[in-house]
Design a protein around this ligand. Structure first.
Ligand SMILES: [Ca+2]
Length: 78
């Protein structure tokens, strides 16, 4: 039983990391100038995010940070 328990934990941790990595990869892909933030120009391939830009731009600096992007994905895809 112990073995099964630890296997489940290991699989959960691996999939969690895979999701986190996926978010970072998507973010880096969209961040055309590699500034570490996504601007409205860079979000043209993401019309859904662009149309709700102000909702996800929590600190209203007109940019989407990795954390804000992660919030968006968490609320829309998973
Ligand atoms: Ca922001």
């Amino acid at each position: 039983m112990k073995c099964v328990f630890f296997s489940v934990i290991a699989i959960t941790m691996i999939s969690f990391n895979a999701v986190a990595l996926d978010v970072k990869q998507r973010f880096d892909h969209l961040d055309a100038n590699k500034s570490g933030f996504l601007t409205e120009d860079e979000l043209e391939p993401q019309p859904q995010l662009l149309s709700t830009f102000t909702r996800w731009d929590k600190n209203q600096d007109k940019q989407i940070s990795l954390l804000e992007f992660k919030d968006y994905l968490t609320n829309n895809l998973y």
